[in-house]
Every structure is written in structure tokens, then in C-alpha cells.
Design a protein around this ligand. Structure first.
Ligand SMILES: [Zn+2]
Length: 431
């Protein structure tokens, strides 16, 4: 009994501390002071355990009383209850550890979540648990408290706990608001040729019961025809992608070469596509000017059409130069023989939306997805996903690469292609 109480108190203290961070982040001063007191009370109570069970009880009562007062913190209260329930039977940590043991590619976020759970279970005094948590934090560059909470929440959710995940913790609502960007958000935004959001106010998916914040999709209410409502450039832009590529073409002398390097495979399912994040070192050169390859991702069917015809799929390689200019190389995938590069990728791809995974010991060279010939069609276009930012140079290779019918069918998105856009007098060049 005593042990259970101590565990509950520790859980309360940690979640309290987490909530403190979150509230502080939200600028809610009143609740902040309440939670500071709550945290102090619970810590004091923990110290006194063994002799002063009454004090603990009082602290617990105080906490539940405070909880009632904090209606806006419903999320936190729910999490608190989830943690409490999880701790009471002691099974969560063991389950999670077992579940993760069978999983080779344990993301840094999950390690942090696991670390947090270990601390909750074993106590923040356990030096091994604390050290493991610190290490995981460092690994994931999740320095601040908000991210710690997110990691713990993702960990709990992964363990099957019914837990309300903060909207801020969901991949697609990672907001770039008021200079509050965390290092990992920044990295994500930079890496993302398929930018998630335009940083505007979050009007959707804020409900505590909603796990997924839907901003846009490829069909229905938030389909491509409606993107312009929230992302004006998608509707008003005059140089949008993708295009139906057809003549007449303008001859260009632009020389484009790739220098892609093998590196550890890092990939994610962002809810819109399968994306491979590429480690630094792989480059594209346009007339000698280097562009770093940031990531590549897939669309089914191909977004670009050639003379009105789409291909089974397309790979978009997204590059950025020192000035921030984006260049996309598109490789059209045509139904045919099995593609060995895609075989490797598909064997490791996450079927559900979630954070980046890094399968252990798997290397990949993006060059494996390129054809030998580098003849292209080129035009000035935009991101093909919201916010549809323009100023992106496209190079669509003329030579297609094979993909097996089964490989196309195994791609978890049935349709994730924006319809072709108006040319609006743009030139399409060819080398
Ligand atoms: Zn794309």
C-alpha cells in the first residue's frame, strides 16, 4: 500500500512538473502558482513517507481538490489518471519494455517516453533510470519540458494507455508560433519540403478527444480544392505544381548532377506520405551550385503527368541551397519489375503516422532510386502540399524507374497526389 502511494505521489509530482512546464509555456500564471504549490506539496509528502502517511493523504486530497479547480487542465488531469492507473498495476513499464524489445527501430522519442515511465515506476531517485532518461533526452535533442511531456505521452500512448495527447505533441500541429519553436520543430520544418503548416492559428483538431489534428488531406472536406481556404497560395498562386508536362519545350543548357551518399536510413509516415530524411552529405548541383538533399518522399499516383498520363508513383527528392531556394527532382515510377531500393524502404516503413524511425543497421543510398540518364523537363513551381509555397525549381526526369505492382499496392497511401495545376504562361524547358 505504502509503495503504491509513493508511486502515485511520484507520478503526480512528475506530471505536475510537466504540467507546470506546459502551463508556463502557455502563460497561464494563476494555474502555474497552483501547480508549483502542488508539486512542492507532493515532493514534501514523498519525503515524509513511511512515518507520515496522513501527510501524503492530505497532499493527495489537496491535489484532487486543485484538480477540480483546474477545468482548463482537463488534459493533464486525464493523463494523471492514466499514469496513476498504469502505476497501480505496475504492468505498464514491463509491457512497454517487452513491446519495445521486439522492435528494432526504437525512435528517440519512444526511448524518452520509456525513460520517463521508468522514472515514474522506479522513482526519480533510481540513478540508472535517471541516467537512461537523460541519455535518451540528449539523443533526441528534446531539451525542454514540453517535449519531455510529449515524449512521455507518446510513450504512454504507445503502451496502449488511453491518454489525451496534447495538440502540441501531434506531428502535424507542431506550430511555429511566437518564437516558441523547439529545436526539433525547427529541424522538422527545415527538413520538410512538404511543409506541414504555415504557422497560422490552429483552428482544427483542438478537441481533447481528437488524436489527430487534420489540416488538409487529399479528399473530402479538406481536399485539394479547399486547401486555398487555409493556405491562400494554394488557390491564388500562379506558379503552382504539379503540372501536366507537354510541349512546346524550351531548350536549356542547365546542367544538373547528383552526388548522393549512402547513410543510415531514417524514415517516417507523416500522415500524408512516406518520407525518408537524408543525413547531411548528399548533394544536387545545378550549374555547379550545390543543393543539399534534405528528404525524399512518394506520391501515388505520380503528381506530374506527361502528355496527360500519370505514372504509378513518383519520388520527389527535395533539395535546398545555401540561400534557402528549393529544388525538387522527380523520378517517375512505372509499373514493371520489382524495385530493390523500394524493397529495402518498404521493409522498414512505418504503416501508421508517427515520429521518425531509424531501423538499426540499415543503410540506404538515395541514388538507388535514380535512373542512369538524367534528361529532364524543368519548370518553376511550388510545394505540392500546403502551404503551396512557390519558388521551387522542378526537374522531372524523362527516364522512368520500375516499381512492381505489389510494391505500389503495399504503399500505405491509396491516393496522395495533388491534381495538376494551370501552367499560366510558364515555360517548360528540357535539356
Ligand atoms: Zn512531393
Amino acid at each position: 500500500m505504502k509503495r503504491t502511494i509513493v508511486e502515485v505521489i511520484l507520478a503526480l509530482a512528475l506530471i505536475g512538473a510537466g504540467a507546470f512546464g506546459w502551463i508556463h509555456w502557455k502563460g497561464n500564471q494563476k494555474a502555474t502558482s497552483q501547480l508549483t504549490e502542488l508539486k512542492a506539496a507532493s515532493e514534501e509528502a514523498t519525503k515524509a513517507v513511511g512515518e507520515k502517511e496522513a501527510a501524503i493523504k492530505a497532499a493527495e486530497e489537496e491535489m484532487s481538490a486543485l484538480r477540480e479547480e483546474m477545468a482548463p487542465l482537463e488534459n493533464q488531469a486525464q493523463q494523471l489518471m492514466a499514469v496513476k492507473a498504469a502505476m497501480a498495476n505496475g504492468a505498464t513499464l514491463a509491457d512497454l519494455e517487452a513491446a519495445y524489445k521486439s522492435q528494432k527501430n526504437l525512435s528517440a522519442e519512444r526511448q524518452v517516453g520509456l525513460g520517463a515511465l521508468r522514472m515514474l515506476t522506479k522513482g526519480a531517485e533510481d540513478p540508472v533510470a535517471v541516467e537512461a532518461f537523460r541519455k535518451a533526452l540528449k539523443l533526441s535533442e528534446l531539451g525542454d519540458r514540453k517535449n519531455t511531456i510529449c515524449a512521455a505521452q507518446i510513450g504512454l500512448a504507445a503502451a496502449g494507455e488511453k491518454i489525451a495527447i496534447l495538440p502540441e505533441c501531434l506531428p502535424k500541429s507542431a506550430k511555429a508560433g511566437k518564437g516558441e519553436k523547439s529545436p526539433s520543430d525547427e529541424k522538422g520544418a527545415e527538413k520538410d519540403g512538404h511543409a506541414k503548416d504555415d504557422g497560422k492559428d490552429d483552428g482544427h483538431g483542438k478537441g481533447a478527444h481528437e488524436k489527430k489534428a487534420v489540416h488538409w488531406s487529399y479528399e473530402g472536406e479538406m481536399g485539394p480544392e479547399r486547401w486555398g481556404k487555409e493556405f491562400p497560395t494554394c488557390a491564388k498562386g500562379k506558379a503552382q505544381s504539379p503540372l501536366d508536362i507537354r510541349g512546346p519545350f524550351v531548350k536549356t543548357r542547365t546542367v544538373v548532377t547528383t552526388d548522393y551518399k549512402e547513410g543510415p536510413l531514417k524514415m517516417l509516415n507523416n500522415g500524408h506520405t512516406i518520407q525518408v530524411n537524408v543525413p547531411a552529405g548528399s548533394k544536387l548541383r545545378i550549374d555547379g551550385i550545390p543543393y543539399d538533399l534534405l528528404q525524399f518522399h512518394f506520391h501515388r499516383p505520380s503528381e506530374e503527368k506527361i502528355d496527360g498520363k500519370p505514372m504509378a508513383m513518383v519520388v520527389h527528392f527535395v533539395h535546398k541551397n545555401a540561400e534557402g531556394k528549393l529544388a525538387v527532382v522527380g523520378v517517375l515510377l512505372k509499373e514493371g519489375n520489382e524495385n530493390p531500393g523500394i524493397k529495402t524502404l518498404w521493409a522498414n516503413m512505418p504503416m501508421e503516422e508517427g515520429p521518425e524511425v531509424t531501423p538499426e543497421g540499415v543503410n540506404f543510398n538515395p541514388a538507388n532510386l535514380l535512373p542512369r540518364e538524367f534528361d529532364f523537363y524543368s519548370y518553376e513551381g511550388s510545394l505540392t502540399t500546403p502551404p503551396c509555397t512557390e519558388g521551387v525549381r522542378f526537374f522531372i526526369l524523362k527516364t522512368t524507374v520500375n516499381v512492381a505492382k505489389e510494391q505500389v499496392a503495399a504503399f500505405p497511401f491509396k491516393r496522395n497526389a495533388r491534381p495538376v495545376q494551370e501552367l499560366n504562361g510558364r515555360e517548360i524547358s528540357t535539356n
